[in-house]
Ligand binder design. Structure first.
Ligand SMILES: NC(=O)c1ccc[n+]([C@@H]2O[C@H](COP(=O)([O-])OP(=O)(O)OC[C@H]3O[C@@H](n4cnc5c(N)ncnc54)[C@H](O)[C@@H]3O)[C@@H](O)[C@H]2O)c1
Length: 312
């Protein structure tokens, strides 16, 4: 049995990660300020005592000692809103960079030997090589969110080398599925529930990206953490194909049992400031390690849309 700490473990991806850790027999402590996450996401583990939740803000004090004895820290807590990062950049610097530095300091002081971090495809900016491999340069984020995650990766690398901590940073494509509160599918479901006749689509609908169902993402994370051997490891996680936004709208409309919905495009090649219109990650590094996704972008979107339509 391993003792793992998950920051942001009450959120979307974090709660699925906790499910997988509990299923393999880990003892788990979640540190989350419940700003976006909920105790409900972890309800069944709380009933049977498999998981301890520490309700705390990483920018505050009092949570650090909960890392004592941990073999692994999964650091997921962040402000993940790319669109909002253009409006309140200072907030994302605090929530992402400063909070990560505080986690790294706690990891160092409590002698934790392993950290995993959830980074993002947005560190690549508008890459000229697609599918984009991890070694692609220049890393030129076009959103504040992407910039903060890249800064976190740099801090993690420095702490790994300075203090002998093994780190694995994951650059995610769009991760989707039950319990997700943000992104294109929850946005469409919310809008269609308000008005089933018309759907506002941000941009011109041609933005084309890679999507992966959350349980696949969590499997990939755990596989990589178990098998990666370098002091500093970086892996892309996504599916091997992509899908455009209008096709996603069609799938969500069908999942909700609707038809003849009028699409109203806000126009332009990007949905918002900092939106990268084309994103597909190379996952060759992860495949070489021995893991590949069981499903592609379309199947991931269909599964996520169905889950959300039925209340997930
Ligand atoms: N969902 C995606 O497609 C995607 C893509 C790339 C990267 N990521 C990254 O994966 C991670 C998880 O994302 P998610 O989609 O599950 O988002 P989420 O908002 O559901 O989860 C984030 C969790 O962190 C908690 N949190 C935020 N700030 C905190 C703080 N200061 N102190 C303590 N807890 C705090 C929130 O309450 C929430 O439970 C994030 O780091 C995000 O940047 C997600």
């Amino acid at each position: 049995m391993m003792f793992s700490v998950v920051t942001g473990g009450a959120g979307f991806i974090g709660s699925h990660l906790v499910d997988a850790l509990v299923a393999r027999g880990d003892r788990v402590t979640v540190i989350d300020n419940l700003s976006a996450g909920t105790r409900e996401n972890l309800a069944r583990h709380l009933e049977n005592g498999a998981v301890t939740v520490v309700t705390a803000d990483l920018l505050g004090d009092g949570w650090e000692d909960h890392l004592e004895g941990a073999e692994m820290v999964f650091h997921l807590a962040a402000d993940p809103d790319v669109r909002q990062s253009a409006v309140t950049p200072g907030q994302q610097v605090q929530q992402n960079i400063v909070a990560t530095e505080r986690v790294l300091d706690a990891v160092r002081h409590h002698g934790v030997r392993n950290i995993a971090f959830t980074s993002t495809s947005t560190v690549y900016g508008e890459a000229s090589v697609i599918p984009t491999p991890e070694e692609y340069t220049p890393l030129e984020p076009i959103s504040v969110y992407g910039a903060t995650k890249l800064a976190c990766e740099a801090l993690i690398s420095a702490y790994s080398h300075s203090y002998g901590i093994r780190s694995t940073s994951f650059r995610f494509a769009n991760i989707i599925g039950p319990r997700s509160g943000h992104g294109v599918i929850p946005d469409f479901v919310r809008k269609l529930r308000e008005n089933p006749r018309e759907l506002e689509i941000l941009g011109d609908g041609s933005q084309t990206k890679s999507y992966l169902e959350v349980s696949q993402c969590v499997q990939a994370m755990l596989f990589a953490v178990d098998h990666a051997r370098d002091p500093v490891n970086v892996y892309n996680i996504g599916s091997e194909d992509w899908i455009d936004v209008t096709a996603i709208a069609d799938i969500v409309v069908r999942a909700l049992g609707l038809s003849r919905v009028k699409y109203r495009y806000t126009g332009g090649e990007r949905g918002w400031v900092g939106d990268v219109p084309r994103m597909l990650l190379s996952i060759d590094r992860l495949k070489a390690l021995g893991w590949k996704p069981g499903i592609g972008s379309r199947e991931s979107v269909v599964a996520a849309a169905r889950a959300m339509a039925s209340g997930g």
